[in-house]
Design a protein around this ligand. Structure first.
Ligand code: AMP
Length: 585
């Protein structure tokens, strides 16, 4: 395909705002792309290489301005280019406005003496090959070589071609073509189902390959695409969420520690280990201890997802910055390793060898390595496979499958106490969706606000906790400005919820001792308590509720501490509760 023709299509797309029309235009572009389909499918998104490729263009803005200035002739400097950019804000606009080409003695760069308008004869393939050469230039003098190569390209460009070339090399294509548009256009152009395209993109991470396969081999071809050990997958992402919503939506949640480290994807085919960061950068060389660990403890072929955590000598997690230092380290890795040790906490398994018991049932088997893709398996199953392929359980994240908010709160408590960030909640039945920040993985939001509430009742515990008050009824003050009532009338206090979580056995004993003197009446396990003690309580959400006299209920309330410094008259009022409830919306 002619690069001029690509630029003309890009201009049409840029001028179109309706999503469906954009898809139609990109579909036309794909149908015209001939042998260059794979490259065009990336260019149109502003990418030169597949997201997972090791080859990176790595062209800084200054290098691009130099190349443009050189192509624009002796009167233009890189500073001029930068100056014009400051005015327009669009490097494409600046490139298109320059009088490019026709520089003397440029036969070697294929200068065709174009006059800066119309098509140049430059092909998409030629642009791609030059950019590949540019990306591969390394070592001394490579900067000059890059400028020269890019200048050679600009020097051949018409103004419209220069507009899109400049944007392409700086990763600023911005013509309104996102991943969804390309997915839909591939489906449309080659008559394959969108879902099949989506799945193929998830496993291959390569729009060019999927487009070309859809055209050449149709739906069978893209259905047969698999994960490949050594080709990184986009990481599944998490949203902020609450225990309450997790349990409301799923009934049961898979709960894990949220490790404060850096995402790492482990690929191990039995010969080589490769480790990738969250952005699919190859970080293998920076983490030799993880490579050794995987070689010795993990059964290939596998692709695992996890978090690399920096740990102190005694095994406690170190702050996040420490792991970043290790990830970025290129030199003296061994010395660095002495200072900061790195451990793997694997939490997912995307590809693994087929267990003997599955051998004949698996349609997903990849012939190349005898493994199978597990993306579509429920988390529960993937986690079981993870446990079976890693023989050192300390490297596998513990998971609690639970329907019980109190049990989850206790897990959270333990995670925080051991110095972790908190917990992750996962839908036990959900698939692994690469690159997707969906609702199936939630990072539990820390409690934003706390409330200081008066204890106006309690319940005796059960079993081991029978001699302790275990569940505490909480109340807010009825209105602003009122003071606590020394007579102990609870009318001034409106109930808002019960707290039973976040309290250790030791604390239960202390709280019982603290509250017993204020017990007024008992009815079975229920105890009425004179307002005297103020608890600070965290919660996830305030809900309107007929259950309590305040008209509100706290969701997922957790005991934080006793406010020894506060009297009931200093507790939070219903007005504050109302304001907080309103601010949630
Ligand atoms: P955030 O970076 O705050 O959006 O949180 C999501 C990140 O938490 C993921 O990308 C992982 O790097 C990290 N993480 C830590 N522990 C886990 C876990 N058990 N499961 C999933 N992600 C985790």
């Amino acid at each position: 395909m002619n690069f001029g023709s690509f630029a003309a299509h890009a201009a049409d797309v840029e001028a179109e705002s309706a999503d469906l029309d954009v898809v139609a235009l990109v579909t036309d572009l794909f149908l015209e792309a001939d042998d260059d389909l794979a490259v065009v499918a990336r260019f149109v998104q502003g990418r030169v290489f597949p997201a997972h490729a090791e080859t990176k263009l790595d062209i800084g803005p200054r290098l691009c301005y130099e190349a443009l200035a050189r192509a624009a002739g002796t009167n233009v400097t890189a500073d001029d280019v930068e100056g014009r950019l400051a005015e327009t804000g669009d490097v494409g606009e600046v490139a298109a406005s320059l009088d490019l080409g026709g520089q003397a003695g440029l036969a070697a760069f294929g200068n065709n003496g174009n006059d800066g308008s119309g098509a140049s004869g430059l092909s998409v393939r030629a642009v791609y090959e030059k950019l590949t050469a540019l990306a591969n230039a390394t070592g001394d003098g490579s900067q000059d070589e890059k400028v020269t190569l890019l200048f050679g390209l600009f020097n051949q460009c018409s103004s419209e071609e220069a507009r899109y070339l400049a944007r392409l090399v700086l990763g600023e294509m911005r013509i309104g073509v996102g991943e969804g548009t390309v997915r839909d256009a591939i489906a449309e152009a080659f008559d394959v189902p969108v879902e099949a395209v989506e799945r193929a993109l998830q496993v291959s991470n390569d729009y060019g390959l999927v487009a070309a396969t859809a055209r050449e081999e149709g739906v069978e071809g893209i259905d047969a695409m698999h994960l490949e050990v050594g080709r990184p997958v986009q990481a599944m992402l998490a949203q902020a969420g609450t225990v309450t919503s997790a349990l409301d939506d799923w009934g049961e949640a898979a709960v894990e520690t949220k490790f404060d480290g850096a995402r790492v994807q482990v690929h191990w085919d039995g010969e080589d280990v490769a480790l990738y960061s969250r952005n699919m950068e190859d970080v293998t060389a920076a983490l030799p201890e993880l490579v050794e660990f995987v070689e010795n403890n993990v059964e290939p072929p596998v692709i695992l997802d996890g978090e690399a955590v920096a740990v102190a000598d005694d095994g406690t997690p170190l702050p996040f910055q420490e792991i970043l230092t290790r990830f970025r380290r290129k030199h003296d890795v061994e010395a660095m390793r002495e200072e900061v040790a790195v451990e793997l906490n694997a939490f997912d398994c995307l590809h693994a060898g087929v267990p003997t018991s599955h051998e004949d049932s698996s349609a997903r088997q990849t012939p190349a390595d005898g493994g199978e893709d597990l993306l579509d398996e429920p988390f529960r199953e993937r986690h079981a496979r993870l446990e079976s392929v890693v023989d050192d359980e300390s490297a596998v994240s513990d998971v609690l499958f639970s329907e019980d908010p109190d049990e989850i709160a206790a897990f959270d408590e333990r995670a925080l106490e051991s110095g972790h960030e908190g917990i992750m909640l996962k839908d036990p039945d959900a698939a692994y969706t690469p690159g997707n920040r969906g609702k199936n993985w939630l990072k539990r939001k820390p409690d934003v606000e706390t409330l200081d509430l008066v204890v106006t009742g309690a319940e005796w515990g059960e079993g081991r906790r029978a001699s302790f008050l275990g569940t505490f009824l909480l109340s807010a003050r009825a209105a602003d400005g009122e003071t606590g009532d020394a007579s102990g009338s609870t009318e001034r206090f409106k109930t808002i919820g019960k707290v039973a979580t976040g309290i250790t056995d030791e604390e239960l004993a202390e709280l019982t001792e603290l509250l017993e003197p204020y017990v007024r009446t008992e009815d079975g396990q229920e105890v009425d308590i004179e307002p005297a003690v103020v608890f600070e309580v965290g919660y996830e959400e305030i809900q309107a509720s007929p259950t309590y006299s305040s008209g509100y209920a706290l969701r997922f309330p957790r005991f934080v501490t006793v406010r020894e410094d506060k009297e009931p008259g200093d507790a939070d009022t219903l007005n504050r509760v109302e304001r907080l409830a309103d601010s949630q919306r």
